[in-house]
Design a protein around this ligand. Sequence first.
Ligand SMILES: [Zn+2]
Length: 614
Amino acid sequence: MTTGDSSRRCNNSDRKRKHHMAFSTRRLTWLVLFFTLISLSAAISRAQTPAVKPKPRPHSEPAVALSQHPKLVVLLVVDQMRADYVDKFRGQWSGGLKRLVDEGAWYRAAAYPYAATETCVGHSTISTGSFPSTHGMIANQWWDRSSQTVTTCTGDPAVQNIGYAGTPTKGGDSAVRMLMPSFAEELKFQTGGATRIVTFSLKARAAITMAGHKGAAVTWFENGGWVTSSAYGTMPFIETYAKEHPVAEDYGKTWKLSLPESDYFYDEKAFGAATPPGWTLEFPHALRGSSDSTKPDADFYNQWSTSPYSDDYLTHLAESAIDSLGLGKGGATDFLGVSYSAIDYVGHRYGPRSREIQDILITLDRSLGELFAHLDRKVGRENYVVALSADHGAAPIPEDMARTGVDTGILHLPELKAAIVKALEPFNFPKPANAQDSQFPIASISSGDLYFDPSVYDHIRDTAGAMQAVTAAAMSVPGVAAIYWSEDLQNSAATQDRIRAAVKASFLPNRSGDLYFVPKPYWLIDGSPKESKPSGGTGHGAPYNYDQHVPVLLMGFGIQPGEYFREVTPADIAPTLAALCGVTLAPRDGHILAEALVTKTTAARPRPTSTPAP
Ligand SMILES: [Zn+2]
């Protein structure tokens, strides 16, 4: 792998896209009793006619479940949405985000308790209700010891990606590396298979982890079009939608400020920002690709992904799924997951303190307002529950943060590598024939995980002073706050040290690196050499509040509105949805957000009256 792939500043997907992206009331009425009786009598009459081979049918629970459980669960993930965006910007919202805050249960102190605050990890945590040490999605990518290659979290050689409307694909993606079932999968399994699972995102690692392992409509954006894989199979309505609404139709559109210029909190040019190719630091941003292009090119698809137009497209795809499949009108609770990726792309480039971030939240608020209005009409306001969160936050741009005088900077991975290689030189560990010259004795650095050549790691552990030499060398590199050896993580007891506890919650033996390094607060990990010109922009992936603190909002069926400052985690979303749907999840990492649920007691509680006490 190249060092660029391991950079958190401009994440893997971003780099990848540069090259080939163009191409990611409860009403227990007589009606229910009536339908329950009908289904029971139908079951009895089928049982009396043994000559016909009975079709496999769902268990009888769902018929009752319809009255007691939501008809549709809607999971929304906003990629890279920091929790403080709600506090800062909600005064300018009038659509779906405002409705979630005003009508929902708003958890203001929700944070990931683990270190690897990346997209695949966050989505898997929300989806399964467990931490990476349990669900196994420890990063967006890692070094796979069995194949001795870097794999993405969704990489699966046993499946083949399939493009809609002629979209070219290569490779295969699935949830084979996710070690826990998603909430949606458990819902389907425990309701006898009637649940429809539909997810959309620009990113495979978001769409796939929200849905789970197989048998669902899972769609992401790649090579300028929409893609799924043989693990899931295709859906005719998506083929039709993709043909009728090619993304290329947005070519030539322009992202303009949504509000008067005086309503924006930040300078016209975000300090220290980076721009997608073809764009400047100033609004408006035209979706016209590279400067000399006359038709959709790779830069156009990159711009589109970094604009409100991709969020709007995902909303329209979701509306199409609701209509085409009749989501919320089936025999069991259905599941719709949408992960909005544009904010992540905008955030990496322009940073959290930018007009671009402020504006794309205004446009997302409008898009979500439209989605909720559609759900109200088609599913019924009282029949669906919505959960919204984010997979991680983002650090301030270091150049911007530096203006406050705070210690900030770039942790250059080549510098870290060189220091460790040099520290190990005196030990003269034998080099296996297949070792890569340029990297030996390091096999790979991927996010915070560092992997040694497998033969060397045994020597390091067995040789007096070797581990200490590596530790001292790594700690001498600017920006390194701490390093943790895998052996130590595996064998150490629970700890009160928040950073060590976070690294432990991210750690999975055999999959995680031989050592894990943590940057200092406000320092970004970057794959570029120390001498290179700063790329600008920002990233995420560290165990600090700016990356860990995200919104958690619940609204609709069974939700008790309120505002809560209790410290919770996004892993609490799945157990809470499971409680609403009457299903059980295996992992015990997340907990039910009990105060946000309507119970018999809260539902029956008399409203306060103005009658004076006697
Ligand atoms: Zn993300």
